[in-house]
Design a protein around this ligand. Structure first.
Ligand code: RIB
Length: 331
């Protein structure tokens, strides 16, 4: 009935990555590794992650008519993503300036570029893609009006998944469509505001559910994840222990895997446990899209296995020399 398991509506960025011993404070200069340029952006990352897992995936996004745009289109097509909805022009391709420290944690500044020109009319023009998609996912590196238009254009029966990153206030119609709303601790605290951000993950999930979503997933990194539904079901998802190299894009892999598994009928906690395994593999490798596993790699006897770290390429080693730490990953 549906041509696509997942339609991702969102950003596509060139990730300019430098490995650092520590991130600089205000007014400080530090030296880092050689620069590496990866295909990234939360939307493109989700699309590549889902396609690698075997989901029939399309992306609605906008890139510039430039080398970074071509880098992104190449990565998307290599993963098997349908790029008929990737528009070109209007501004340079979005860029993310990323530093990664020895713990594998990152800091990111995004210049939206063409992502900021993905307009509500682009969503309306992509009606056939929306109608053909079982699950639609979005993030917030594109204009908020565009995300609201996605919600209005959803086909009856299709499911909407939102990772509100970077976080900003959301209109009630968008919150009410989320099934689930997927947040990390930072996003939960921003969305809940000063009054609602006390307590722990279960309180945050309940607080967020009260704003309208049908379900909520709180990702907790080394503490795993928590799922909660409007019907009152709460589940803790344990973390998967891995040897972390780079956490960039692991949350996008988690969201993509979760959205896909929900679409094929997994209950929310089962889908979240699968997503935690996918995110765990992603943190063992450098970069965002380059780090995502195939379905075969997740099998117990697969090439990499869920917890076996893949070796970074020579370019990655240059950017991330010395960057490695033991940790758990749950999303
Ligand atoms: O979530 C990771 C992504 O955030 C990076 O790929 C970067 O492009 C930013 O969008």
């Amino acid at each position: 009935m549906y041509d696509y398991d997942l339609l991702v509506v969102g950003s596509a960025n060139a990730d300019l990555v430098i490995g650092v011993e520590r991130r600089p404070g205000a007014g400080e200069t530090v030296l880092g590794s050689d620069l590496v340029v990866h295909p990234g952006g939360k939307g493109a990352n989700q699309a590549v992650a889902a396609a690698r897992l075997g989901a029939r995936t399309a992306l609605l996004a906008r890139v510039g008519d430039d080398g970074h745009g071509r880098l992104l289109l190449g990565s998307l097509r290599a993963a098997g993503v349908d790029t008929s909805g990737v528009l070109t022009g209007g501004a340079p391709t979005g860029v993310a300036l990323i530093t990664v420290d020895p713990s594998g944690d990152n800091s990111i500044v995004v210049s939206p570029g063409a992502n900021g020109r993905l307009a509500p009319e682009d969503v309306r023009a992509a009606g056939s893609l929306l109608r053909a998609s079982r699950v639609v996912s979005a993030q917030l590196e594109i204009p908020p009006g565009t995300v609201a238009e996605v919600v209005r254009a959803l086909a009856p029966g299709s499911r909407f998944v939102l990772n509100p990153s970077p976080p900003r206030p959301l209109p009630p119609e968008v919150l009410a469509a989320c099934d689930p709303l997927i947040v990390n601790e930072h996003e939960a605290r921003v969305l809940l505001g000063a009054d609602g951000a006390g307590g722990g993950p279960e309180e945050w999930a309940r607080g967020l559910l009260a704003t309208g979503p049908r379900s909520v997933v709180v990702t907790l990194g080394a503490e795993g994840a928590l799922t909660a539904s409007a019907a009152g079901e709460v589940h803790r998802i344990p973390a998967v222990r891995v040897d972390a190299v780079d956490t960039t894009g692991a949350g996008d892999a988690f969201t993509a895997a979760l959205a896909w598994r929900l679409g094929v009928g997994d209950p929310l906690p089962v889908a979240a446990a699968h997503a935690a395994r996918v995110g765990a593999v992603a943190v063992t490798r450098a970069g965002a899209q380059a780090s995502y596993p195939t379905a075969a790699e997740l099998e117990p006897d697969g090439a990499a296995g869920p917890a076996a770290p893949a070796r970074p390429t020579a370019a990655h080693r240059g950017a991330l020399s010395g960057v490695r730490s033991e940790r758990a990953y749950g999303g």
